[in-house]
Design a protein around this ligand. Structure first.
Ligand SMILES: Cc1cc2nc3c(=O)[nH]c(=O)nc-3n(C[C@H](O)[C@H](O)[C@H](O)COP(=O)(O)O)c2cc1C
Length: 364
């Protein structure tokens, strides 16, 4: 165990002292695209995948869980939006993730919103995101991902195409269903993103009546995969309770708490990172309380503001079975994933747990 922190400390220093000061001089979206391109190259052959693993991976049996009938070698995943087209999906295991998300993917290709779409808010340790669901569209992405499927559990995040037409509920519903149907041979889990803060028509499918149509429609596809729902931290608790109740009736298997928050005065877009952490944790805690009433039938994924093992452990203790991140990795570097897993193993040992599953929901 001794060698792990040293290897991670070196990569952490390298990132904060050399790589990040350079990256942070350039436009965030350009840097993001470059990182995804580097990930694509590194993920394309076994030698570079092996070298990346040597630098970043950390494994420990105490972190392994079986969820949805799938083996998660650790509870830390890449959240939706970093790898919208799945280009770098095959390197994510070597970076140390236990699972990954691709998307959000929409039925039609979409360029996203115009103008500057990513802004770093360094003091807030947050990113202002106004991307608007840019992706190549379900049809093309399905073809491309057929031979690029990652070797860790993969969640396909489905959203509806960001355009005026999908504000019509029938068109919007069919848009979601098209993506889900298209990926039914690739996805391990489907995630319905009903909480994008940057799309035409707002978060209309978070309205209980429309959500019920969506949940019913997806249930009608008789998928072999579980389906989970990504919630906005800005919903009222009443709205969330309705979504949970509808989910229980239509075969939804879990919730992701949460997407970006729109409650801020930084301009157009949603905030990630530390700016959303409080709200995300508040909603996670609320959903876990409801989950107890439903005899823990739902799997919960906690996301928003994870920058350390303690942050991840906090969400697990609030009731998350798994956690995800993006912003922490951008601010701290890719070694953060291994650091979190290493730190989680230490925290479990400190608290006398032999497996991560025993710590879930112990905060109350
Ligand atoms: C650049 C960027 C793009 C994102 N795009 C999506 C997206 O397409 N779909 C989605 O469900 N969430 C998206 N998100 C939200 C993240 O998945 C996550 O819920 C949020 O950023 C909070 O986690 P974090 O603080 O670890 O970044 C995006 C976030 C960022 C930073």
């Amino acid at each position: 165990m001794m060698a792990e922190p040293l290897r991670m400390r070196i990569s952490g220093r390298l990132y904060s002292g050399v790589v990040k000061p350079i990256y942070f001089k350039f436009d965030p979206e350009d840097v993001h695209n470059r990182l995804v391109s580097v990930g694509k190259v590194l993920g394309s052959n076994p030698i570079t995948r092996g070298l990346t693993s040597m630098a970043f991976e950390y494994n420990n049996p105490a972190l392994e869980q079986r969820i949805f009938g799938l083996h998660f070698r650790n509870p830390v995943g890449l959240s939706a939006g970093f790898d919208k087209n799945g280009d770098s999906a095959r390197i994510m295991r070597s970076v140390g993730f236990g699972f990954t998300e691709i998307g959000s993917i929409t039925a039609k290709p979409c360029a996203g919103n115009p103008g500057v779409r990513l802004k770093r808010l360094k003091e807030k340790r947050s990113i202002l995101v106004h991307m608007g669901l840019n992706n190549r569209g379900a049809g093309l992405l399905h073809e491309q991902l057929m031979d690029r499927k990652p070797d860790i559990p993969t969640i396909i995040s489905a959203a509806k195409t960001n355009c005026k037409e999908t504000t019509n509920p029938d068109v919007g519903l069919e848009d979601y269903l098209f993506t889900v149907r298209t990926f039914r041979d690739i996805a391990d889990v489907f995630e319905l993103n009903i909480s994008c803060p940057n799309a035409f028509g707002g978060q209309d499918f978070a309205d209980p009546r429309l959500f019920e149509r969506l949940a019913k429609g997806v249930n009608g596809l008789r998928l072999r995969q579980p389906v989970i729902v990504k919630l906005s931290p800005d919903l009222t608790k009443r709205n969330v309770d309705r979504i949970i109740e509808i989910s229980a009736r239509h075969g939804i298997s879990g919730f992701v708490c949460t997407n970006l928050t729109k409650r801020h005065d930084e301009g157009e877009g949603g905030l990630s990172g530390k700016a959303v952490e409080g709200r995300a944790n508040d909603l996670l805690s609320h959903v876990y309380k409801r989950n107890l009433e439903y005899r823990k039938r739902f799997v919960l994924i906690g996301v928003g503001g994870i920058f350390s093992a303690e942050d991840a452990y906090g969400k697990i203790k609030l009731g998350a079975n798994l956690v995800e991140l993006i912003t922490g990795m951008i601010y701290q570097g890719p070694q953060l994933i291994g650091e979190i897993n290493y730190g989680l193993a230490e925290l479990l040992e400190r608290d006398g747990y032999s497996n991560i599953g025993e710590a879930v929901g112990t905060a109350r």
